[in-house]
Design a protein around this ligand. Structure first.
Ligand code: ATP
Ligand code: MG
Ligand code: FE
Length: 352
């Protein structure tokens, strides 16, 4: 049984085909991705209207590529899945519309998938898939949450950000350092040659005792610190010596990572679980992975990640989440093509 998945919630168009066996984990047959990042960089962020129009241009060619790469044809598609939310309404509507049109033409059922469930289940596509139950650290561009996950569809939010997401903190700090949108990855690259202890930056809510995050204050502190550095050097931030920018990047990354690691360990302790799953774009961060690996080894706790190239948005995670929902009997695909999207949709309201 083959599930086609379409992702179009933000600025990546992703399409994938997974094989869903009667038993055992679904297997990725092929996936194709087009990132619009370059187009949006000129504006310093995602322009929703441009995003929707570009999804329209990319989605069918990507679908054809996936079918070709997997050696299948449309006739082999048994279920069409799409990202129903959360995300940009216009962008979501493109994926939903194409998915429902394809399914209607083929007489096959459709399934709307929660984007964050896609991120959350993406580690099941890795060569070292987790087993339930586990604590999940979901850190993406729009979300930062710690969850207790007991099975497909059983998601209890233990804590979340009260303002900016971790990815947003990376991106906004990167912008202050003069790096292009979305600067998370570039900031972490720059940080490699910097001293993480060069500047004292706040660790928001580190000792709050709960599992919530707050990153808005950090961004302000980075702004103040870069201003001080520029003043001391008598130049604009963009003209600071690379060594100073690297120290700023390393200090910023250290602040974000320390909070994420500390709170993940607290969540493991509180739940008594011995398994951690990291998902979302920030899960690609090397420093975060190194620190979590070291801490989890010390605590005899297993830690799982998505493949590096599947941390940020992609179609594979959507096809995978759909297949795992279907397998678990959580949901059935339906022959109802009156689609809708949910731009705002909390993960723990997934049943509703
Ligand atoms: P959401 O899934 O919450 O709707 P999103 O889809 O925009 O948001 P993702 O695609 O999961 O988020 O991740 C993108 C984020 O990950 C960006 O903020 C990006 O800067 C960040 N990111 C990607 N790679 C790295 C890295 N190596 N280090 C730090 N941050 C990174
Ligand atoms: Mg993106
Ligand atoms: Fe995402």
């Amino acid at each position: 049984c083959c599930v086609l998945g379409i992702e179009s919630s933000c600025d990546e168009t992703g399409v994938a085909l997974v094989d869903m066996p009667a038993q055992g984990l679904p297997v990725l047959l092929a996936h194709a991705l087009y990132s619009q990042i370059e187009m949006h960089q000129a504006y310093g962020g995602v322009v929703p209207e441009l995003a929707s129009r570009d999804h329209i241009r990319r989605v069918l060619p990507l679908t054809q590529q996936v079918l070709q790469d997997s050696g299948r044809t449309l006739v082999d598609v048994d279920v069409v899945a799409f990202t129903r939310g959360p995300g940009l309404a216009g962008a979501l509507l493109v994926g939903a519309g194409v998915a429902c049109a394809l399914a209607a033409a083929l007489g096959k059922p459709v399934l709307g998938v929660h984007h964050l469930e896609g991120h959350l289940l993406s580690p099941f596509l890795s060569i070292d898939p987790p087993e339930f139950p586990f604590v999940a650290l979901l850190v993406s561009g729009g979300h930062s949450q710690l969850m207790r996950v007991d099975g497909v569809g059983s998601y209890q939010i233990l804590g979340e950000t009260i303002d900016d997401a971790a990815g947003e903190a990376f991106d906004k700090s990167a912008k202050l350092l003069g790096l292009d949108y979305p600067g998370g990855q570039a900031l972490s690259k720059l940080a490699e040659s910097g001293n993480p202890k060069a500047y004292k930056l706040p660790r928001p809510l580190l000792h709050s005792g709960d599992l919530d995050f707050s990153f808005a204050g950090l961004k302000t502190a980075v702004m103040v610190q870069t201003g001080k550095c520029a003043h001391a050097h008598g130049c604009a931030v963009a003209d600071l010596p690379v060594a100073v920018l690297a120290d700023l990047a390393a200090s910023t990354q250290a602040a974000i990572v320390e909070v994420l690691v500390k709170k993940s360990l607290t969540a493991l302790k509180q739940t008594g679980l011995k398994r951690l799953v990291v998902a979302g774009g920030v899960g690609a961060n090397r420093e975060l992975r190194q620190q979590l690996n070291a801490e989890c080894a010390r605590l005899k706790t297993r830690v799982h990640y998505p493949e590096l190239h599947l941390c940020t948005d992609n179609g594979a995670m959507i096809a995978m989440a759909a297949a795992m929902r279907l397998q678990s009997g959580q949901q059935s695909a339906v022959n109802n093509y009156a689609f809708d999207v949910k731009p705002r949709w909390p993960l723990d309201a997934i049943g509703g």
